[in-house]
Ligand binder design. Structure first.
Ligand SMILES: Cc1cc2nc3c(=O)[nH]c(=O)nc-3n(C[C@H](O)[C@H](O)[C@H](O)COP(=O)(O)O)c2cc1C
Length: 208
């Protein structure tokens, strides 16, 4: 018989009142077990038209204030977020048979945070952020390769490539975080944390 936590769930749910601590615990497990990109997540956004769209991004930071990823602010997702800051994230770790779902609102990170992360990236990635008008239509691949060359020429000093204004990070401040564990015969285990009106996290368990 598996060990259980006080809610009768598998002990991997711990007995945490703080969902960020449980996230950290599961994410640490994923870093050990997932073959690559344990920080990959599906990001769901909805623009002005109300049409949802989902794509993968990489988690580049998290703390009690939220979950951060970086992107081009003028991309499809960037424009949708500017129209509607509500968004959702979903992590799926196949090696652990676990999922985490987060709902919240997005805010741009401050310039210093974005600069620090941008400057930690490889030179070619920093050049790519300048050259790629992410999500816009290319006439042909050559157009992009030329833009890459142009920016390599413009920013020859690899230690000194400024961050483009159109490239930054978004922080998702969560209003709910759900942890899911695969169970036999689809009798899965689900624990949902919900932020109440007093800014306190409450926990419920959900039917699979
Ligand atoms: C595993 C994985 C990680 C990715 N990480 C990022 C990321 O951190 N930021 C980003 O802008 N695009 C990332 N992408 C590319 C996006 O999925 C997407 O193609 C791109 O951001 C354009 O999306 P949009 O047109 O909805 O704006 C990643 C793709 C994959 C498969």
């Amino acid at each position: 018989m598996n060990e259980k936590n006080s809610l009768g769930l598998n002990k991997c749910f711990l007995d945490e009142d703080n969902p960020f601590k449980l996230f950290e615990n599961w994410f640490d497990e994923a870093k050990k077990k997932e073959i690559n990109d344990p920080n990959a997540l599906a990001l769901g956004t909805v623009g002005r038209e109300g049409i949802p769209s989902v794509r993968m991004v990489l988690l580049k930071g998290f703390d009690k204030n939220g979950f951060v990823f970086y992107t081009n602010l003028n991309s499809q997702k960037g424009n949708e977020i500017k129209e509607n800051p509500n968004a959702s994230m979903c992590f799926h770790w196949k090696s652990l048979l676990r999922q985490i779902r987060i709902v919240g609102t997005l805010k741009q990170v401050d310039d210093k945070t974005a600069d620090d992360y941008y400057n930690s990236r490889a030179y070619e990635s920093r050049i790519g952020a300048w050259a790629s008008k992410q999500s816009s239509i290319l006439e042909n691949r050559k157009q992009l390769l030329k833009a890459l060359d142009d920016f390599r020429n413009k920013y020859k000093d690899k230690e000194n490539v400024p961050r483009p204004k159109h490239w930054s990070g978004w922080n998702l401040k969560p209003s709910s975080i759900e942890f899911w564990l695969d169970g036999d015969n689809r009798i899965h285990e689900r624990l949902k944390y919900i932020l109440d009106k007093n800014n306190k996290w409450t926990k419920v368990i959900l039917s699979p």
